[in-house]
Ligand binder design. Structure first.
Ligand SMILES: Nc1ncnc2c1ncn2[C@@H]1O[C@H](COP(=O)(O)OP(=O)(O)OP(=O)(O)O)[C@@H](O)[C@H]1O
Length: 260
């Protein structure tokens, strides 16, 4: 039996944008079931890396695969749930929160089943509940605050029930209670064997979930290893963490991560 292909595997990935080398030979393999945090200062290339992993920006060198297939030939998009960094929710088109979240089910539709099913409606209901926006379902998404819009995007990805989540700063602008709720949701997803790749400046309540951290510096992988040590309440004596994936070994200790 062939081994399960990695959700993402990049080899020597290079990206040039506006003549500037933004990714400079990145090797990265994301293992099934892991929670990988991409860390690094502003402009170090984190968003570009996840966009390149998804095939949203072309490589100038190297190669990348999604579940063993180059992005241009990958068709099984229902397996991937992407939460972009920031978006005008609905892309300028008036849409309710429920409509935006329901769009997360589109990759699951087929020509034989182009309409919304009871399973679709249930997945949307659960996703809205997970992010605490059930009571806003009929509101225009564009009128929500930035943090609420971020939660709509998270719900859209949850609704698709993908195998792998790619989240670009899912907690940016999101209040503490909603960050804790997201951590709980992600914990459940991890327990179900889902894979999560996320970009973060502040891991906050997500920190205990992280199995591996990759730190970028000016477009290169500077460190791979254990997530940064907990701070604040997490560092207090007697604090208990849920660590579903305590790393067995840290190839390179994380000592110098210093987000700008
Ligand atoms: N579309 C673009 N055209 C030209 N340069 C770009 C483009 N997108 C990003 N860059 C440049 O690429 C570099 C990396 O940007 P990127 O957004 O990947 O960084 P990041 O690590 O995600 O930053 P942040 O933490 O601020 O979100 C930056 O120097 C940025 O100016």
């Amino acid at each position: 039996m062939s081994p399960t292909p990695a959700p993402f595997r990049m080899t020597g990935g290079r990206v040039r944008l506006d003549g500037q080398e933004v990714l400079r030979g990145v090797d990265l393999r994301v293992e099934p079931g892991e929670v990988l945090a991409l860390l690094g200062a502003n402009g170090s290339g984190k968003s570009t890396l996840i966009r390149a992993l998804l095939g949203l920006v072309p490589l100038a060198g190297g190669s990348t695969e999604i579940y063993g297939v180059p992005p241009s030939r990958f068709r099984d998009w229902r397996r991937i749930g992407y939460v972009p960094q920031r978006l005008t929710v609905g892309g300028g088109v008036p849409a309710t929160v429920r409509e935006v979240v329901s769009s997360g089910r589109i990759a699951r539709r087929s020509r034989l089943r182009p309409f919304s099913t009871a399973a679709d409606k249930e997945a949307v209901r659960r996703a809205l509940e997970s992010v605490g926006l059930t009571d806003r379902a009929s509101h225009p998404a564009q009128r929500l605050s930035g943090g609420q819009q971020q939660r709509v995007l998270i719900a859209r990805a949850l609704a698709g029930e993908p195998d792998t989540f790619v989240m670009d700063e899912p907690t940016a602008g999101v209040d503490t209670a909603s960050q804790a709720a997201l951590a709980e949701t992600l914990h459940t997803l991890v327990a179900q064997g889902r894979t999560i790749v996320l970009v973060a400046h502040e891991l906050g309540p997500l920190e205990p979930l992280i199995s591996r951290a990759v730190v970028l510096e000016t477009g290169r992988v500077a460190h791979v290893g254990a997530p940064p040590p907990p701070e604040g309440d997490c560092a207090k004596p007697g604090h208990q963490h849920l660590h579903p994936h305590a790393p067995e070994a840290a190839p390179t200790p994380l000592t110098t991560w210093n987000p700008a």
